[in-house]
Design a protein around this ligand. Structure first.
Ligand code: ADP
Ligand code: MG
Ligand code: MG
Length: 253
């Protein structure tokens, strides 16, 4: 089942003619993990943001079909209802709002239904279990005083609560130490089902090594996906990447 099909996608910065995406093609099927790597400034975040409908960019050409529907016709909220989720490079703090309330509101908005705190708590427990977080997280204010790793895991918890079909994770591994990286990897693995897909954007193969599943690796360069590795086991593909892409050698440490 094709989930996401991107064809010849071109996009400019709104109200300018600066083209950032120059004809991106990408197909993601149900249950697959895809990753995009590439040097800073190559257009990875722009691609992710264009997929979720960020207002800074304008699509000038190409098509994006998500679960049979034309994604480009939808506003960002409709894209989220359709099952798209994006975790941003820097998650925001929301002082005064508990994580529990925030998640419940996000859930209600997405499912377009009210849910009582107690019902929601029961819904939440297995999700917490899946992402290896404990109930103490729920009483704390959203991201307030969270460590880098906790913020990233909190994003993954949101993803679990919203039961997104396609999660786009932009540098969810950035700035994390080895332990935090391991927790994030465990959370992601706990979340994968044969039905949902992940599109990860990363500079470093460390997270991929930890997830240790098969995935598709793409390289982005100057607004294009210049090459991709099909369904290779992560460990092999990282070795491959390092040797066959001298251009990326410095970033793929
Ligand atoms: P990456 O995520 O691969 O590091 P980005 O998508 O952030 O790359 O950026 C790609 C290019 O587009 C960069 O040259 C960046 O400066 C430029 N760019 C992206 N968004 C904007 C924007 N809103 N305004 C101006 N330039 C932008
Ligand atoms: Mg960047
Ligand atoms: Mg980026």
């Amino acid at each position: 089942n094709v989930f996401l099909e991107v064809k010849d996608l071109r996009a400019v910065i709104k109200d300018s003619d600066k083209e950032i995406l120059k004809g991106v093609n990408l197909t993601i099927n149900e249950g697959e993990i895809h990753t995009i790597m590439g040097r800073n400034g190559s257009g990875k975040s722009t691609f992710a943001k264009v997929l979720v409908g960020h207002p800074d960019y304008e699509v000038t050409k190409g098509s994006v079909v998500f679960k049979g529907e034309n994604l480009l016709d939808m506003d960002p909220e409709e894209r989220s209802h359709a099952g798209l989720f994006m975790s941003f490079q820097s998650p925001v703090e929301i002082p005064g709002v508990s994580n529990m309330d925030f998640l419940r509101m996000a859930y209600s908005a997405k499912k377009k239904t009210e849910i009582s705190p107690i019902e929601f708590f029961h819904y939440l427990l297995p999700k917490l279990e899946a992402v290896k977080m404990d109930t103490r997280f729920l009483d704390r204010n959203v991201n307030e005083g969270f460590s880098g790793g906790e913020k990233k895991r909190n994003e993954i918890l949101q993803l679990a609560v919203l039961e997104a079909d396609l999660a786009i994770l932009d540098e969810i591994d950035s700035g994390l130490d080895v332990d935090a990286l391991q927790d994030v990897a465990k959370a992601l693995v706990g979340l994968m089902t044969p039905k949902n897909s992940i599109l990860m954007i990363t500079h470093y193969p460390n997270l991929l090594d930890l997830i240790s599943k098969r995935c598709f690796v793409h390289i982005m360069e100057d607004g294009l996906i210049v090459s991709y590795y099909q369904e290779l086991h992560i460990k092999n593909c990282c070795r491959n990447l390092r040797s066959s892409f001298p251009v990326l050698k410095y970033e793929l440490q």
